[in-house]
Design a protein around this ligand. Structure first.
Ligand code: ADP
Ligand code: AMP
Length: 213
């Protein structure tokens, strides 16, 4: 299957993507994860990305389109399919993705749109913690790791601090609507209620994907 998962920051894309790849064996491509890996390795692209990400801004389209195009051209994609998470985030990226897929002879099959009231997201993002060793995402209140967990084993993302969160939400709300409209026009969008327990959200996604399979 060739899929997108969309939703505002904190909607639950990464959480659900991990569950989807566990069950459906598609390749998870998260542009946010790719940028964080490049930042950790201090590559030229990572240093450039950091200057935008820390402020809560989007990384320029040329850079983002380039890394996605390169990733989608790799061999595993044609065999397994993909789940793109966090891309496209501008309408220009959506058009670039259309071109990339067309050139590769790949058809997009569905867009999972996790719908949630933006007022819920600050709480989601401010409590998000990541396990240092595995990169797995948790939430201090809504999805805590095992009881008595050691806080030192987890970190908070730099861009989940209050200064960046406000800007990220503004930017993503402003850019998001035309992208969804673009995919609605192609009849690809499946809306999922995001303000439910993680397992219930996943059950709703599973129903959609089982039909697409
Ligand atoms: P995104 O990838 O869309 O930015 P995440 O999957 O990282 O979002 O989720 C953001 C935070 O909210 C994480 O701390 C995660 O554990 C938590 N979370 C995800 N889904 C739910 C949910 N359905 N209910 C409550 N908290 C959730
Ligand atoms: P995410 O992990 O998806 O929340 O992304 C973290 C940050 O990486 C975003 O706030 C952006 O600064 C940057 N980023 C991720 N994906 C994109 C994209 N498609 N376009 C531009 N910037 C992106």
């Amino acid at each position: 299957m060739n899929l997108l998962i969309m939703g505002l920051p904190g909607a639950g894309k990464g959480t659900q993507a991990a569950k989807i790849v566990g069950k459906f064996d598609v390749v998870h491509i998260s542009t946010g994860d790719m940028f964080r890996a490049a930042m950790a390795n201090q590559t030229e692209m990572g240093l450039l990305a950091k200057s935008y990400i820390d402020k809560g801004d989007l990384v320029p389209d040329e850079v983002t389109n380039g890394i996605v195009k390169e990733r989608l051209a790799q061999d595993d994609i044609k065999g397994k399919g993909f789940l793109l998470d966090g891309y496209p985030r501008t309408i220009e990226q959506a058009y670039a993705l259309d071109d990339t897929l067309k050139n590769l002879g790949i058809q997009l099959e569905g867009v999972i749109n996790i719908d949630i009231d933006p007022t819920k997201l600050v709480e989601r993002l401010s409590g998000r913690i990541i396990h240092r060793e595995t990169g797995e995402t948790f939430h201090k209140v809504f999805n805590p790791p095992a009881e008595g967990y050691d806080e030192k084993d987890y970190y908070q993302r730099e861009d989940d601090k209050p200064e960046s969160v406000k800007r990220r939400l503004e930017v993503n709300i402003a850019q998001g609507q035309p992208i969804i409209d673009h995919y609605r026009a192609a009849n690809l969008v499946h809306d999922i209620e995001g303000d439910q327990d993680i397992e219930v959200v996943f059950a709703d996604i599973e129903k959609v994907l089982s039909k697409l399979q």
